[in-house]
Design a protein around this ligand. Structure first.
Ligand SMILES: O=C1O[C@H](COP(=O)(O)O)[C@@H](O)[C@H](O)[C@H]1O
Length: 317
């Protein structure tokens, strides 16, 4: 099956290509940045092909750590174009998929991230990936019908899901027939059910669901999922899935995973392209002197965090 039809989802269910190297790649192990002021302790910087004054990379060097109870291993890769970024993202995702013995649980955001997944639907990945073990989830969704232009499901369907043979029953879309509150409760209940069935793992550290891979975008204001700057939902500690009725970015009603779930992931890819996002990238990865606290700074998975940046998004680093 090379594609599924949108109609199949209208009634919600309950239930090495080019190996272009990044221009700049460096990795670190840092304490959890659950505290936005948590400092980073970069152990390793490998400069593959400098695009900036290397002195600027001082901003990635070691600082004293605060409480390293939860360590995030962080890698930042900077590419000369979004095209090169998307090729590397496909390779990374295919590698994680290959490593997974049982189900491969993948969470996507909406927005520009979806376009950057396009290489997965091309050779060699379309034929080499075992799509049958993939289970797809959404980190956030807008409270609109699945065929509405604002739907994150529709975006993913058109840009990715309709082009790859993931079994229809493994595509776990958020219920679009319920209110925001009911849909978030419903999604959490369905995730609990999939944990019982052994599809989704649980973090031994946090007790929250542990997805194998979250592919996340970031808004120009530094929001991730539907977790916006200054909003009380940033502080949510108990719920897995919650809702917002007054999103600063339209549409106003949305459902979103919470930070405890995002940060219990085995792998998170932050995929950011374009000069319009250079400022929040600098806040998140720069010298830590910014007074702002952006939601993206709270992304600190217990597993691996990999930033995929194009050079425009990285231009203020
Ligand atoms: O509203 C949303 O925006 C963010 C960022 O979107 P982008 O187009 O600026 O990349 C997205 O990650 C989120 O899923 C979506 O609901």
């Amino acid at each position: 099956m090379a594609s599924s039809s949108l109609q199949a989802f209208q009634t919600p269910t309950r239930t090495p290509a080019s190996t272009r190297t990044p221009l700049v790649s460096f990795s670190s192990r840092s304490p959890s940045s659950r505290s936005p002021n948590a400092t980073r302790s970069f152990r390793h910087i490998s400069l593959i092909a400098p695009i900036h004054d290397p002195k600027k990379l001082n901003c990635f060097k070691t600082k004293a750590s605060t409480s390293p109870s939860m360590a995030t291993h962080k890698t930042v890769e900077i590419f000369d174009s979004e095209e090169a970024l998307s090729i590397s993202l496909a390779k990374y995702t295919a590698h994680l998929s290959d490593q997974q013995k049982g189900s491969f649980t993948v969470v996507v955001s909406g927005g520009s991230l979806i376009k950057s997944l396009r290489k997965l639907a091309e050779a060699p990945y379309i034929d080499s990936i075992d799509w049958s073990k993939w289970h797809m989830f959404w980190v956030d969704e807008r409270v609109v019908p699945k065929d509405h232009p604002d739907s994150n499901f529709l975006l993913a369907f058109d840009g990715f899901l309709s082009k790859v043979p993931i079994p229809t029953e493994n595509i776990h879309a958020i219920n679009d027939t319920l209110s925001a509150e009911a849909a978030s409760d419903d999604y959490e209940a369905r995730i609990r059910h999939l944990i019982k069935n052994g599809v989704i793992n649980v973090s031994e550290t946090t007790g929250f669901p542990k997805f194998d891979l979250m592919l996340l975008g970031m808004g120009p204001d530094g929001h991730v999922a539907s977790l916006f700057p200054g909003h009380a939902l940033l502080e949510e500690k108990n719920k897995w899935v919650t809702f917002i009725k007054e999103s600063p970015k339209p549409p106003p009603e949305r459902i979103t995973f919470t930070f405890p779930v995002i940060n219990s992931s085995a792998n998170v890819a932050m995929v950011v392209a374009g000069a319009g996002k250079a400022h929040p990238v600098h806040v998140a990865l720069g010298d830590g002197q910014e007074p702002e606290v952006l939601p993206v700074q709270l992304v600190a998975p217990e597993g691996q965090l990999t930033w995929f940046l194009d050079k425009d998004a990285a231009s203020k680093l």
